[in-house]
Design a protein around this ligand. Structure first.
Ligand SMILES: [Zn+2]
Ligand SMILES: [Zn+2]
Ligand SMILES: [Zn+2]
Length: 173
């Protein structure tokens, strides 16, 4: 199905509707508790499948504190920024001033030797960030959206902040 074509003709509309429902049902089955996917589906199709075996998730700090309204700590941009999951700093996206990308680049090779990391991850910087815009996770090392059970508490915490505890309990239990 190349376009949305809904309403172009009867058969096309049926196909498009069935297909859209199939996508939603499939996504819901895969991640029934995944608010990010639900948000993405609300605003259109979420075509990019996140990587589920990103090794850099191991770099994510277990205790993170952040606020969804924080400005970029480098340029001061106020809006839907990202939080670095290695150091909890908030910076803007590549579509604003690219401060989070620069932070990642600057952080490569600076991980403290005391961290118990596999050698392959030694050179990694602060690779994984969380978007306040759509609650997605991006890994700069993998150059991909990522998902992991280890990241669920972060998304849950953000869901509480934006939508309240009740909604978070519905989504995450
Ligand atoms: Zn990765
Ligand atoms: Zn910035
Ligand atoms: Zn960082």
């Amino acid at each position: 199905m190349a376009d949305t074509g809904i309403g172009a003709d009867g058969a096309g509309a049926t196909d498009a509707t069935a297909s859209a429902m199939g996508v939603a049902a499939d996504a819901a089955a895969r991640a029934s508790d995944d608010v990010g996917v639900a948000v993405a589906l609300d605003s259109g199709y979420f075509a990019v499948e996140p990587k589920r075996d990103c090794p850099h998730v191991a770099l994510v700090r277990p205790m993170l504190e952040f606020e969804l309204e924080s400005p970029c700590c480098d340029c001061g941009h106020v809006g839907e920024n990202w939080v670095c999951l290695a150091c909890s700093t908030v910076r803007c996206s590549r579509y604003i001033n690219g401060c989070m990308l620069k932070h990642y680049e600057d952080s490569r090779g600076t991980l403290p030797p005391s961290l118990p990391l596999p050698p392959a991850l030694r050179a990694s910087g602060h690779a994984v960030a969380f978007s306040f815009s759509d609650f997605s996770f991006w890994c700069f090392e993998c150059d991909s959206y990522v998902e992991s059970p280890a990241l669920r508490p972060i998304k849950r915490g953000a869901t509480v902040m934006r939508f309240g505890e009740e909604r978070a309990r519905e989504a995450f239990g």
